[in-house]
Write a protein that binds this ligand. Structure first.
Ligand code: DX5
Ligand code: ZN
Length: 227
């Protein structure tokens, strides 16, 4: 997967029909998704529970683009091999998930995946300063993780700071939470290139009527590119 900083839209299947993940994944890709964002929650690190490695492995059969797996779990390390086996292209762990995020990022790369590090809204950009040589992606949470459909928190100053810290390194800046055509331009202008969107992609459509997914993806992309 060659690196570039063009805008990429990564629909979160947290907003999909949980009884129909295969068709939902195929629908969002047919409608223009660049990546597929998979939110793994453990009911412990975050107050919600979604799915684990066997489900993610089943999703893989349907993903033709990039499977971007966002772990909102603690601990992370015991599960890294399971997500490699499930076929994750990118595996993202939270800097807040434990004391040894440095080791975690090393282990993710050693297992053959791209390594992502996520920052909760209350965590400053500086928390990743010593991790940038180990990371392929920094995910800036613009909601407190756990649920889709929450209100966007303005983290543009943090994104700008990260963009400066990253310099020429080949590291994506991903935004997760409350991204829609109104908020996308703010974070794109600050230097983000991967925009996760759940409710703003899936609203108004369904697997039987997926055209609204395409219109929603196109609207977010156009707003971000106009930034
Ligand atoms: C939040 C998840 C997000 C979420 C985004 O905990 O990590 O990926 O699904 O959903 P929206 O776009 O609805 O805020
Ligand atoms: Zn996410």
């Amino acid at each position: 997967m060659p690196f570039d900083r063009s805008i990429k839209i990564a629909p979160s299947i947290l907003s999909a029909d949980f009884a129909d993940f295969g068709r939902e994944i195929r629908a969002i890709e047919a409608q223009g998704a660049d990546w597929v964002h998979v939110d793994v929650m453990d009911g412990h690190f975050v107050p919600n529970l979604t799915f684990g490695p066997p489900a993610v492995k089943a999703f893989r059969r349907h993903v033709k683009t990039v499977m971007d797996v966002h772990l909102m779990i603690a601990p992370v390390d015991p599960y890294i091999d399971a997500y490699a086996d499930a076929g994750a292209d990118i595996l993202t762990a939270h800097v807040e998930a434990g004391p040894h995020i440095h080791r975690t990022l090393q282990a993710i790369r050693a297992a053959g995946m791209k390594a992502g590090v996520a920052l909760n809204p209350g965590t400053p950009a500086e928390a990743v300063a010593e991790l940038l040589d180990l990371a392929d992606l920094v995910c800036v949470m613009t909601v407190n993780p756990g649920f889709g459909g929450q209100k966007f928190l303005d983290m543009t100053a943090k994104v700008r700071r990260l963009r400066e810290m990253i310099g020429d390194r080949e590291i994506h800046i991903e935004i997760d939470g409350g991204v829609d055509p109104t908020t996308a331009p703010l974070v794109a202008a600050a230097g983000a290139d991967v925009l996760v969107a759940g409710s703003a992609v899936f609203r108004g459509g369904s697997v039987d009527d997926p055209a609204p997914y395409g219109a929603n993806i196109a609207a977010i992309r156009a707003a971000a590119q106009g930034a």
